[in-house]
Structure formats: structure tokens, C-alpha cells
Design a protein around this ligand. Structure first.
Ligand code: GLU
Length: 370
């Protein structure tokens, strides 16, 4: 099985080697592997922890306060330090990078979800490697529903957001074991988990508190989330030489969790999740052929009619001239906007509306053809 779109998550303990500072040697080896995969044409997003640790390193002279706000200060200081380390390392390979700081609150908003998805997909298309972290300055508060809280869950969300093929959770342990290998020499690595049940959850809780923020429990949560949205997951030891390259070659390493559904199914579910369709667009014959036979996006030029009252980020049905449904997708424009731009060339969008969310009313990436 070869994976094309990969999310690689690096935890704090891995990036610091369990010390009080970023381990640039470890980072350099991870970046070298990512660069190699990138040059092979793979699409990769990194989810990187380490901001708080990097902030602690930078503010080493200041005595640490044990409150949330101070943690947010550390994250704020550390995030730019973390990014400058990545920037220097990726410069060696001439690979441009980007930063995306996400919060759960943004992601549960449909327009926020769509914006983040479109941006990450566009970055990949342009060959830019995006480095994602939680926006701790905003999100690190007591309100559980508003934060991911750990980058394992965040990385699963990102994998789902961009329809990744594989999520690799790199940590400082070889995968999921039958017991904590640090205390029990008999503990055995579990190579493959087909179903995450209470037995697996129990095993994960045995190695819970030794690792970074999340430990094994949040890794299993992340694996459940990702595999149920069509993404396979591998938990592996980031210190193993060439770990990412070996995983890419299909070497049997770490613990593997196969995807539980196929991606098409999952995409349909995503489209039809949250809210039912909020409106309809009727398209002309040219647009119908472009969508059904040529794998194209829906442009304003092909739209004859718009029905319903909807916002950017809502799901629409796409109908042919006879009123038959040919697909559905997430709209980049509101119904009010579409009624102005329908029939027009995409180059006119800005003049007609005063804003432009892209040439497509429904991008191919956000569409399912029925
Ligand atoms: N966002 C945190 C940081 O960058 C890490 C959270 C985690 O490790 O799960 O320091």
C-alpha cells in the first residue's frame, strides 16, 4: 500500500528528547526525511508540538508560574522559535513552509472548517509544507469543548480535514504494547489493531502518563477518529533511523490501525454531516458534463438558477437542467452572492461582489458526484 497524502505528528518529548530544549538534531533528521518524501511527490502536513517547551527554553531565566496564562505566554514565545527552527531546516532543501494555528472552536464552525480545508489543500497543491499546531494562545483554557487539548486529536482532525491517506503519530515509544515496556520487559509490541475496543483502550491507559501531553490514551482516541474517517494510522518511535521513509516503503514497523471506511464514503459523510443540504443550484449542460465526465469544479458561469437561503460553507445539491441531482458539495459563496455571479465568468467575481473566495462556487475537492 502506498500512501500519497500523509500527516506526520511530532510530539514534544520526541522534539526535545525529553529535555528542556528543542533537540535540533532530532528535528533535522525528521525534516530530512520529510524533504525526501516531498521530493518524491508526496503531500505532507506536519503537526508539531513543542511550542510550550521551546518557550520554556527561551524564557529560561524567568521563574515559571504554574498558571494557564503563563503557559499561553510560553506557547506564544515558543511558537515563533519553533517555526524559525523549522524554517532553517527546510531552507536546506529549498522547501517553503507555512504555519497554521488551529482551534477546535474554529473547526466546529462550517465556514472555518471550509477555510482551513481549502487553505491546507491549496498549500499542498503549491508544494508548501504546512506546519500545524493548536493555537494555544487562544485555546488553552478551561473550556474543554473549545480546545483539542492535545496534538494527537488535532492531527486526526487535520487528517480528516484534508482526506489524508495516512496519519503517522511519532513518539518516543515503538507503538502500542501489551504492557508498559518501561516497567515490564515481557511487554510486546502490538503490530496491528483492526478494532479499537475497550481492551485496546485499557492497554493504552497502562502507558498513559509517561509521554508528553497526550500519552497513549489520546493516541488511541486519535486513531479511532482518523480510522473512522478513512485514514490509516501508524504509531511509531520517532528515534528509529529513517522511520518515516521506512513506513513509506511499507516496512512493518510500529502499530498499524487500518482505515475503517473508504475515503469516498467518509467524504460523503462529511458533506452530509452537520447539516442537510441548505439549497440547490441548477447547472447548464456544459457544467453538467464538466462535473460528471471531466472531474471539474462548478464555476459561476455554468449556474442557471439558485434556490434556498444559505451561507458560505453550507452544503448544496447540484441539479441538471431537468432537475435531476448530479451531485452535492460545499459552497464557497452564499445564495445572495450566487444570485449575483451566476452566469458570469469567474474573472468578474471581484467586480460583481467586492470580494472573491475563489473561482469556483463548489470546488472539486468539496464535491461528491452521485
Ligand atoms: N500545543 C502544544 C505545544 O505546542 C502541545 C500539545 C501536545 O503536545 O499535545 O507545546
Amino acid at each position: 500500500m502506498s500512501y500519497h497524502r500523509i500527516i506526520a505528528k511530532f510530539g514534544t518529548r520526541l522534539l526535545t528528547s525529553g529535555t528542556e530544549h528543542l533537540d535540533l538534531e532530532v528535528m533535522s533528521s525528521l525534516v530530512a526525511q520529510i524533504a525526501q518524501l516531498h521530493h518524491q511527490g508526496k503531500e505532507i502536513i506536519i503537526v508539531s508540538s513543542g511550542a510550550i517547551a521551546a518557550g520554556r527554553e527561551k524564557l529560561a531565566g524567568i521563574s515559571e508560574r504554574k498558571n494557564t496564562q503563563f503557559k499561553q505566554v510560553l506557547a506564544s514565545v515558543g511558537q515563533s522559535y519553533l517555526m524559525s527552527a523549522y524554517e532553517q531546516l527546510f531552507n536546506r532543501y529549498d522547501i517553503p513552509i507555512a504555519q497554521a494555528l488551529l482551534t477546535k472552536a474554529d473547526m466546529s464552525d462550517r465556514a472555518g472548517y471550509l477555510n482551513a480545508r481549502n487553505t491546507l489543500l491549496a498549500l499542498m497543491e503549491l508544494g508548501v509544507i504546512c506546519i500545524v499546531n493548536e493555537n494555544d494562545v487562544v485555546a488553552l483554557d478551561e473550556i474543554e469543548e473549545l480546545k483539542f487539548g492535545d496534538n494527537d486529536n488535532l492531527s486526526a482532525m487535520v487528517a480528516n480535514l484534508v482526506d489524508a491517506d495516512l496519519l503517522i503519530l511519532l513518539t518516543d515509544i515503538g507503538g502500542l504494547y501489551t504492557d508498559d515496556p518501561n516497567y515490564n520487559p515481557q511487554a510486546q509490541l502490538i503490530r496491528r489493531v483492526d478494532k479499537i475496543d475497550s481492551k485496546i483502550e485499557h492497554l493504552a491507559s497502562k502507558t498513559a502518563n509517561r509521554l508528553g501531553t497526550g500519552g497513549m490514551v489520546t493516541k488511541i482516541e486519535a486513531a479511532r477518529l482518523a480510522t473512522s474517517s478513512g485514514v490509516s494510522v501508524i504509531i511509531a518511535d520517532g528515534y528509529e533511523p529513517d522511520i518515516l521513509l521506512r513506513i513509506d516503503k511499507g516496512e512493518d514497523i510500529g502499530t498499524f490501525f487500518p482505515a475503517q471506511v473508504n475515503k469516498m464514503e467518509s467524504k460523503k459523510r462529511w458533506l452530509l454531516s452537520g447539516l442537510a443540504s441548505k439549497g440547490k443550484v441548477v447547472v447548464d449542460k456544459g457544467a453538467e458534463i464538466a462535473i460528471k465526465e471531466q472531474n471539474k469544479s462548478l464555476l459561476p458561469a455554468g449556474i442557471l438558477e439558485v434556490n434556498g437561503d444559505f451561507q458560505r460553507g453550507d452544503t448544496l445539491d447540484i441539479l441538471d437542467e431537468q432537475g435531476r441531482q448530479i451531485g452535492c458539495g460545499v459552497s464557497n459563496y452564499s445564495s445572495a452572492d450566487i444570485s449575483v455571479i451566476k452566469g458570469a465568468h469567474s474573472a468578474k467575481i471581484l467586480t460583481l461582489l467586492g470580494h472573491n473566495y475563489g473561482d469556483e462556487v463548489i470546488h472539486r475537492n468539496n464535491m461528491v458526484v452521485v
